[in-house]
Every structure is written in C-alpha cells, then in structure tokens.
Design a protein around this ligand. Structure first.
Ligand SMILES: C[S@@+](CC[C@H](N)C(=O)[O-])C[C@H]1O[C@@H](n2cnc3c(N)ncnc32)[C@H](O)[C@@H]1O
Length: 189
C-alpha cells in the first residue's frame, strides 16, 4: 500500500538515511548479511538509499522493487546506475524460481495487507541456500505511530508472532535480534 504523505516525507529525510546506514545495515551485517557476488532483491526499496548501501558490497546483481511510482522515481533519479522497478511485492512472477541469493526487507511487510503472499513469493524466488534479511516493527509500535503521528498504516493482521508462524510454515528457520524499534531476522531454509 502507498505511504501516507507524512510517512513518505519521513522516509525521505536525512535521519531515515542515518538510521539505515548506521543502525539497520550494521545489524544485518552482524546477523550475517553479505551481498558480495550475490543476486540480491530488495523488497520495498523506497527512495533507493538501501539499494545504494547494498550496492557498496558489489553484489552480482541488484534489483529493488516498490509499489510507489513516486519512490521509484526518486530512486532512479538519485541512483541511476541501479535497477529499480515499480512492482507489487505480492506478485514477484517476473523473477524465476530459485533465482536470488539474498532478499532484503527494510521495514515493509507491515504496509502490505497481503504480507503472507510476499513471504510465499520470497520462498519461491530464493535459491535453496538463499537468505532473507528482514526487519519489521512490533504491532504496538505501529499503533503508537498511528495514534500520535497519524501515519495511517493499513488494516492488517500483521504482527511479529503471525510473521514468525508464517515463516516457519514456509520452511524458514531464523535467527533474530531485538532492537527498541525493530525486530531483525536472518532467515534461511
Ligand atoms: C516504511 S517504507 C520503507 C522504505 C525503505 N525500505 C526504507 O527503509 O526507507 C515502506 C515501503 O514499502 C513500499 N510498499 C508498500 N506496499 C508495497 C507493496 N505491496 N509492494 C512493494 N512495496 C510496497 C512503500 O511504497 C514504501 O516505500
């Protein structure tokens, strides 16, 4: 689902980029993220800053998908050398089965009422030894932002427990790292 105006503005600030670079990426690295020479797919790539960070590791290929044309427009303007596509993540049919080594999600599933389909699609496009790196907020934090800042997240049954149940049902094992705002996961089959 498209972002509300206020969240769209928040996602395009220096402090969002700061968190991305100095907080979330290092935590994913601690959990084992290493995109070098890998085929990488980023779900909900937004303005492309995450893609810019991931490309510093010299992946074999990188593609970022996002449902918002506005975000992909910014990503293409800011980082013309990387591949960004307007695409609903619940339908990754443009990517063949077992074609990606690494899938990365920086806080996106809680925006997608059909988030289970996204996990199913990721399970399909990942190679057997592929890895999913995933970060999402807790349900209580989503409610906090919606109550105080009117961020307008979609009505959804998304939560960390349903997420973990669904990951298990699709054959994923995971390690996780708690942080005050986000739960970070390294998932493998
Ligand atoms: C909270 S923002 C995070 C953006 C970026 N990953 C970041 O960390 O700055 C969530 C992103 O998910 C995208 N999104 C929402 N629903 C989507 C869907 N169904 N398919 C792909 N992207 C989606 C939004 O457009 C937005 O860019």
């Amino acid at each position: 689902m498209k972002l509300s105006d206020i969240e769209f503005r928040a996602m395009n600030t220096w402090w969002r980029r700061w968190g991305h670079k100095h907080f979330e990426l290092p935590l994913f690295q601690k959990l084992g993220l290493n995109p070098k020479n890998r085929d990488v797919l980023e779900i909900g790539c937004g303005n492309g800053y995450g893609g810019h960070l991931l490309n510093q590791f010299e992946p074999k290929s990188y593609v970022g998908v996002d449902v918002m044309e506005e975000q992909i427009g910014i990503a293409r303007r800011n980082y013309p050398g990387y591949e960004f596509i307007v695409q609903d993540a619940a339908d990754l049919s443009r990517f063949p089965d077992a074609s990606k080594d690494v899938v990365v999600i920086f806080g996106v599933l809680h925006h997608i009422p059909e988030w289970r389909k996204v996990i199913d699609e990721i399970a399909r496009v990942l190679k057997p030894d592929g890895r999913l790196f995933l970060e999402e907020p807790r349900g209580v934090d989503i409610k906090f932002f919606d109550f105080f800042f009117r961020w307008g997240h979609p009505d959804s049954d998304f939560g960390l427990r349903p997420l973990e149940d669904h990951l298990r049902s699709r054959g994923f094992k995971f390690k996780k790292q708690w942080t005050p705002l986000l739960m970070m996961y390294h998932c493998s089959k």
